[in-house]
Design a binder for this molecule. Sequence first.
Ligand SMILES: [Zn+2]
Length: 308
Amino acid sequence: MTYKKPTTAAEKEAAREASQQITAELMEQITGCVNVLAEKLAQGASEELLTFMRFSARFHAYSGNNQMLIWMQAPEARYVAGFQEWKRQGRSVKKGAKAVRVLAPVTAPDRDAQPGPDGRHPLKVVGFRYVSVFADHDTDGEPLPGDDFMTVQGGDEQTRDLLHGLSSAAHVPVEWVTAEDRSAHGWTDGGAIYLNRPRCEAQPAHAVRVLFHEWAHVVLHFQSAGKRAEDAPDRQTRELEADAAAYVLSSVHGIEAAAQVADYLTTWGGNPEKLRASLGRIGRAVSQIMKSLEQQAAQRQPMPQAAD
Ligand SMILES: [Zn+2]
């Protein structure tokens, strides 16, 4: 498709309207996608949601809305970036490539807020506009970074190494305790993560899942040590969110996650609003934990960034 830059006032107005139309359509698609996922859950089918959650982990730096848009338009994508960003990465977008449309916030000074030390008002989001990005499979050039570094190559020993790495990347201390009388495999008070030795030590893959689960609780449901976050949902929803985040993070690291999460997920009961709120929180947990892990990895080796 050839693109002609609008020059006259009428052309500019038409371009603006067309852009608004596309943005509104993208918003509708997101709502439609959440509704479909919620409907399926109500029928007891969680496979599609799990697929989406695994996919979303790759794009954890993006908003939940954009993860959904990328998933719907390019389910095979491993990376997306704008045309120029791909160029900077030494790759070019193939002829005839299909643009993936995502939403970018439009900001304006917030006149109701206190100006900063520079006398300027802070910015607030006043709307969205669509921008085009391209999936890695629609580009050619320099080889793409592999994501094998995250995958456990098998064996308990490697999994123990992974567990060790994760423990040191966590922003709260991870401690092993022996509590034979407790049925819990792990727990947290928001200030530290405890792994119950008798229930976790023999199975490192299980310990990794437990660690991710507790870590997600710390990120999402606590303000500080011993203090529950004000917006923390009810207990069942908290468990479900921590489990879903642990599922995503484990599968990113090549660890089979328990099917239990599927049973939990169906208890969302087809309520799209609740699902959307939880997906937002799960995404936040995954994104923060992945960021901690990437920061740790960056100290050991430079991490290429293909995404904008
Ligand atoms: Zn829990």
